[in-house]
Design a protein around this ligand. Structure first.
Ligand code: UDP
Ligand code: MG
Length: 138
C-alpha cells in the first residue's frame, strides 16, 4: 500500500476550496489517513522545498507557502502517488487536463492550490516532514 503527501496550499485555503479538494479524494476512493492545518514559517517552507533551492522561483514559492494556513494530508491507496498526481493536473493550470484540481481551481503557476509528492522517495521525506507515526491512522 502506497502513501503520498497532499497539501492544500494557502491560496486554496483562502479561496475556500478545502471541501472541494477533499470531496475529490473521497469520490476517487482515495483514503485520507492523516490531516491537519498548519501555518508554515518561511524556514519550514524552505526545508520542505529544499529540492528546489536552486530554482529561480524558490524565494517566491517559499514566501507563498508561508503566507497563510495550509492543510496537509497523508493519502493512502494502491498507486496513490500517480493517481493523485493525475487528479491534481499539470503544475501550470493552463496546461492541466480538464476536470483536474489545478485546472478547475488554480489561478497562477505558483498559486496552484495543491501539492503532491512525485515519487516514493519524496513521499517518504514529505510525510515524515509533517507527521509522526502517531498522527497517521493505521
Ligand atoms: N512553481 C512556480 N513556478 C514554476 C514552477 C513551479 O512557481 O515555474 C511552483 C508551483 O507552486 C509548483 C511548485 O513550485 O507547484 C513546485 O514545483 P514542481 O516543479 O515540483 O511542481 P509540482 O510537483 O507541484 O507540480
Ligand atoms: Mg513537485
Amino acid at each position: 500500500m502506497e502513501r503520498t503527501l497532499s497539501i492544500i496550499k494557502p491560496d486554496g485555503v483562502k479561496r475556500g476550496v478545502i471541501g472541494d479538494v477533499v470531496k475529490r479524494f473521497e469520490d476517487s476512493h482515495i483514503d485520507i489517513v492523516a490531516m491537519k492545518m498548519l501555518y508554515m514559517t518561511k524556514k519550514q517552507a524552505q526545508g520542505f522545498y529544499a529540492v528546489h533551492e536552486e530554482r529561480p522561483f524558490f524565494d517566491s514559492l517559499t514566501d507563498f507557502m508561508s503566507s497563510g494556513p495550509a492543510v496537509v494530508m497523508v493519502l493512502e491507496g494502491e498507486g496513490v502517488i500517480a493517481r493523485y498526481r493525475k487528479l491534481m493536473g499539470a503544475t501550470n493550470f493552463e496546461e492541466a487536463d480538464e476536470g483536474t484540481i489545478r485546472r478547475d481551481f488554480a489561478t497562477d503557476i505558483e498559486k496552484n492550490v495543491v501539492h503532491g509528492s512525485d515519487s516514493p522517495e519524496s513521499a517518504d521525506f514529505e510525510i515524515n516532514y509533517f507527521f509522526n507515526s502517531f498522527e497517521i491512522v493505521a
